[in-house]
Write a protein that binds this ligand. Structure first.
Ligand code: G3P
Length: 219
């Protein structure tokens, strides 16, 4: 399973890269809006420091402009994935860009059939949003489960990139259901390291070792 960081914050990305866990980064207009500075510089820097796919979303609205902007975004760096929101009017654009070999991530996927349509067009990723289903009291994890079944049934190459992951349970279910990728907010990634029994265990090992009053493990 690949881990992407769901952020446009360069400091946070730099903090996580040495762990070896960062297989890529996803950004979107909301995440970019949280950062100060020159947007192009920020995106170029992210692409430079990340050894993996970096999703950058189009902000244009008309299909023609979305197509043009997708081309511009894809030219920013070799590891760029162009993110396009799911919409009927963008399907011809998605189809054309896919045929041109541009790697796409279709975002704001909320149904199995939306995912099927764009998987048929050969996009690199589909991004089902989990937390936003939960926000309206519907279990968003069912979508991920169904997409994994769809992928197996039809042998699609499109990777299932679970997004809008808000808690550890979401992530645990993504692992069990077999999502290809989970894009995780850095704050949530932090939580994976805080298991009370592990912390207690380390403390006990330390205390027992100190009781031996030795300075070296082998002497
Ligand atoms: O990757 C998509 C993600 O950024 C959306 O998350 O929490 O705004 O639903 P959220």
């Amino acid at each position: 399973m690949k881990f992407f960081l769901d952020t446009a914050n360069i400091e946070l990305i730099k903090e996580w890269i040495p762990t070896g866990l960062v297989d890529g980064v996803t950004t979107n207009p909301s995440l970019i809006a949280k950062e100060g500075g020159n947007i192009k510089d920020i995106l170029l820097e992210i692409c430079k420091i990340v050894d993996g796919d970096v999703s950058i979303e189009v902000v244009e609205k008309s299909p023609e402009k979305v197509y043009e902007q997708a081309k511009q975004i894809s030219n920013l760096a070799k590891n760029v994935i162009v993110k396009i929101p799911f919409a009927k009017e963008y399907l011809p654009v998605i189809s054309k860009l896919s045929k041109e070999g541009i790697k796409l991530n279709i975002t704001l996927i909320f149904s199995l059939t939306q995912a099927l349509l764009v998987s048929k067009l050969g996009v690199a990723y589909v991004s089902p949003f989990i937390g936003r289903w939960d926000d309206i009291d519907i279990d968003g994890m069912d979508l991920v489960k169904n997409l994994v079944t769809m992928k197996k049934n039809y042998n699609f190459k499109t990777e299932i990139l679970a997004a809008s992951i808000r808690n550890v349970i979401h992530l645990q279910k993504c692992i069990l259901y077999g999502a290809d990728v989970a894009t995780i907010p850095p704050k949530l990634l932090d939580k994976l390291f805080n298991h009370p029994l592990t912390l207690q265990g380390i403390e006990k090992f330390d205390n027992d070792w100190k009781k031996l009053a030795k300075t070296d493990l082998f002497n």
